[in-house]
Design a protein around this ligand. Sequence first.
Ligand SMILES: [Zn+2]
Ligand SMILES: [Zn+2]
Length: 269
Amino acid sequence: MEMYFCPLFSGSSGNALFCQYGNTRILIDAGRTGKQLDEALMSIGVDPSTLDALLITHEHSDHIDGAGVMARRHHIPVYATQETWEAMEKKLKKMPGDLIRTVQSGKSFWLGDIGVEPFSIPHDAADPVGYRLWGGQMSVSTATDLGVFTENVYSAIRGSTLVLLESNHDPELLRANPRYNAQLKARILGDHGHLSNAACAEALLRLIGAGTKHVVLGHLSPENNTPTLARNVSETAMIREDIRPGRDVELQVALRDEVSSIFRLKETD
Ligand SMILES: [Zn+2]
Ligand SMILES: [Zn+2]
């Protein structure tokens, strides 16, 4: 069986990642309007009402904007940690009780054909998590909105077939950006902020060393990064270690405002 993964949106103006294995369809985060999410799903041939679950990483609006609408409109259960629920429940408006589900980092569970492993990430939110999704022997992990790539994150996602990792900013561009105040810069650069291109590249080398074959750079800053720059930093780090993108590993950049390409993972990958 194939495992499908498609970033629908990735970045500070909205995040939503689609994953399917067997008969189970999951959306990680719903940080756009319901209409935009419906259209994005339909553009890849997915009827939004067939989604089995909405997994939420944390309560920042770029991850939950359309969550309430999507859940009510299509009757999809929403999964988040207890602290995240407390932080976002008001923003989701009236959530029917039967759609509220709680997860805990480190506690895996089954959602139909997919095994779900939430893991803790360091970010300035109530109790933020990333997710590793298992389909057979394959797994897809997503980790964005993290200040540092901790050993805990590494051990949670090592060996994943595909990893979508944050490559948020170039620290030089961020520091020189006159439109960001000192406080915002400190927040982004801090241990509970966002991962830089260089930190992402270092983490990817470890993950590729542990068997990851597909990497997607995500949650790029619109002002302090470009897709070309993010890609170059990771590519250069890989080539230095004699890892050839395109031959040894597939490297893609998730688009901010449009649906990215669909990854089709096979058991042999
Ligand atoms: Zn975010
Ligand atoms: Zn965030």
